[in-house]
Write a protein that binds this ligand. Structure first.
Ligand code: SF4
Length: 56
């Protein structure tokens, strides 16, 4: 299970750029796409790339 903390997310877009199959931007914040395969390796890359550690 992967989730984005919308309180912390600053909407930089890195996660959706790195892992667009799983993360999408909505109203200036990232969210996990419905039905996304969160076991994809790019999820860890996106998590590591998030500047505010909003993905957990
Ligand atoms: S990388 Fe982090 S701060 Fe940037 S949009 Fe994704 S969750 Fe938000």
């Amino acid at each position: 299970m992967v989730s984005v903390n919308k309180e912390t997310c600053i909407g930089c877009g890195s996660c959706s750029a790195i892992c667009g199959d799983v993360f999408e931007m909505k109203d200036g914040k990232a969210e996990v796409k419905a039905g996304a395969d969160t076991s994809k390796p790019c999820v860890k890359e996106a998590t590591d790339a998030c500047p505010v550690d909003a993905i957990s």
